[in-house]
Design a protein around this ligand. Structure first.
Ligand SMILES: NC(=O)C1=CN([C@@H]2O[C@H](COP(=O)(O)OP(=O)(O)OC[C@H]3O[C@@H](n4cnc5c(N)ncnc54)[C@H](O)[C@@H]3O)[C@@H](O)[C@H]2O)C=CC1
Ligand SMILES: O=C(O)[C@@H]1CCC=N1
Length: 272
């Protein structure tokens, strides 16, 4: 697992995810800051990143492309084709492209570059910022097993990563790519309930967030079915079953399943 040592890594687009990935890579020591290149059209953010991480920055994407062996595309899906225009002459078989753009098939990127470009798609999530992303990786038609491993190495350094076939990327986007945004309002709303019942906001938020973290950890570590874990909390005629009943009356399961389906549907639309 040392595929990345001394490799030059570039990131195009240093917005929310680009920055999250840069911090993740530097923090995990996956690449030396001197070997990391980042570019964006927005200069102030670049300078701040250079000061914070000691990486190379530029407003010219070609600096990133020409200097890097691994190039991570972290711009919005809607502008990806435009950004790639003009790249083809700068890409050769020694370069690996990793795209995190939602919905955009590897084939679209190959089309814009060369048919034989090595492309790996990854769907991470914003929790890469704190080293707890859930990422899925799928290899494009020209990517080798080692290319997929490189992506696995990068993304498992900032959370968990799993290989999936590309046709499941929309489903992954629905569950974990978009997922943090389903849970933030849940935490806020639980805290609201606490405030309503008399807790101060700070304590209520802390209790709610730690509760979500703890529940997630129990699912991952005990490997018990979530229903069994729920049953461990619900005493007969106790407090919890009253809370669970209120959630079920409000359609919590359908609400979350619908959210995953709506996001996956949008991901499919964006890929067209
Ligand atoms: N935000 C999230 O939670 C997640 C986002 N993604 C994907 O990551 C990608 C980036 O999303 P965000 O970081 O949220 O967006 P963002 O809008 O925060 O960042 C995009 C960045 O691209 C820059 N940019 C625009 N035109 C450019 C150009 N021609 N050359 C270089 N940089 C340019 C913008 O200035 C901006 O800093 C998207 O494709 C999205 O689908 C994937 C997983 C999670
Ligand atoms: O909302 C979006 O399109 C991106 C992709 C996954 C999370 N954010």
């Amino acid at each position: 697992m040392m595929h990345l040592e001394n490799k030059k890594v570039g990131i195009i687009g240093t917005g929310k995810m680009g920055q999250s990935l840069l911090r993740g890579i530097v923090r995990a020591g996956k690449a030396k800051p001197a070997n990391i290149y980042a570019s964006d059209v927005y200069e102030p953010a670049l300078q701040a990143l250079k000061d914070e991480l000691g990486i190379n920055v530029s407003t010219d994407n070609f600096d990133t492309v020409d200097n890097s062996e691994i190039i991570i595309l972290a711009v919005k899906p809607q502008i990806l084709r435009n950004v790639l225009r003009g790249f083809a002459d700068h890409i050769n078989e020694n370069k690996l492209i990793i795209s995190i753009a939602a919905g955009v098939p590897a084939a679209t990127i190959e089309e814009e570059l060369h048919e034989d470009t090595r492309v790996v798609r990854v769907m991470p999530n914003i929790a890469a910022t704190v080293g707890e992303a859930a990422s899925a990786v799928s290899a494009g038609k020209n990517a080798s097993a080692e290319d997929a491993e490189v992506a696995m190495e990068i993304f498992s350094s900032m959370g968990s990563a799993a290989l999936v076939p590309e046709h499941l990327m929309d489903a992954v986007t629905g569950v974990s790519g978009s997922g943090p945004a389903y849970i933030f309002p849940v935490i806020e709303a639980m805290a609201d309930g606490g405030v309503l019942e008399g807790l101060d906001r700070e304590s209520a938020l802390k209790l709610a967030a730690q509760t979500v973290l703890g529940a997630a950890k129990m699912v991952l570590e005990t490997k018990k079915h979530p229903a069994e874990l729920k049953d461990m909390v619900t005493s007969p005629a106790g407090t919890t079953i009253h809370g669970v009943h209120a959630l079920e009356k409000n359609g919590i399961r359908a609400a979350f399943t619908d959210a995953v389906m709506a996001s996956a549907k949008r991901s499919r639309e964006m890929g067209k």
